[in-house]
Design a protein around this ligand. Structure first.
Ligand code: ATP
Ligand code: MG
Length: 177
């Protein structure tokens, strides 16, 4: 499973872009200062990470693209996954996950169908995406912090990467009832 394409409309500095199909292994983003590299990764994390889940409405509005003398009223970021290995537990070779910003709120769509935030996070976690710790976007300082982690923290990270954390969470939830 890998990100095949990213489509962005009205998000931060992007009025509208769709990337060419990505290489399954390594892709490099280059550009001048202020050209939107960080915004591009922000867009990806906006869809995949729960760091951006509980945004206040003013933070949502700040994500909307502002051009010269205008501001868009809605935005979306869509990530197209190649799922030929079925790592995302959906029986499709291509999976499209979209998060929108409309009326200061974010909504999710899986292959065009509205789904809840919890469903998205469970789906991503089963596919090995960490929700609290988006290791798939390696930010500055991350490598150093991985080497300095306690063993228990590193074990937690491995559980998230392996996609088993979600089952532990569900087990805890079911024991509460
Ligand atoms: P650097 O190489 O300096 O890290 P970068 O390529 O990472 O630069 P970004 O930080 O992604 O650049 O982009 C910064 C630009 O995005 C700024 O010019 C900023 O004005 C613009 N920007 C941020 N939010 C919005 C928005 N809502 N609407 C339009 N432009 C925006
Ligand atoms: Mg940057």
């Amino acid at each position: 499973m890998y990100i095949k394409k990213v489509i962005i409309k009205g998000f931060k500095s992007y009025k509208e872009i769709a990337t060419e199909p990505f290489n399954p292994k390594v892709n490099v983003v280059v550009g001048a200062n202020g050209s939107g590299k960080s915004n591009f990764f922000h867009a990806i994390r906006f869809v995949l990470s729960d760091m951006f889940q509980n945004l206040r409405s003013e933070d949502m509005v700040a994500l909307l693209h502002e051009g010269a003398g205008y501001s868009v009223v809605s935005a979306f970021v869509e990530i197209v996954f190649d799922n030929t290995d079925n790592r995302i537990p959906v029986d499709k070779e291509e999976v499209r996950l979209r998060r929108t910003v409309v009326s200061k709120k974010g909504e999710y769509y899986l292959d065009g169908k509205h789904i809840s935030k919890t469903e998205v996070m469970n789906l991503l976690e089963s596919a090995g995406f960490s929700r609290s710790n988006p290791y798939y976007v390696v930010q500055q300082g991350k490598i150093a912090s991985l080497t300095l982690m306690k063993d228990s923290e590193r074990l937690d990270l491995l559980k998230e990467i392996g996609g088993t954390h979600v089952y532990e969470d569900r087990r805890c939830e079911s024991l509460k009832i």
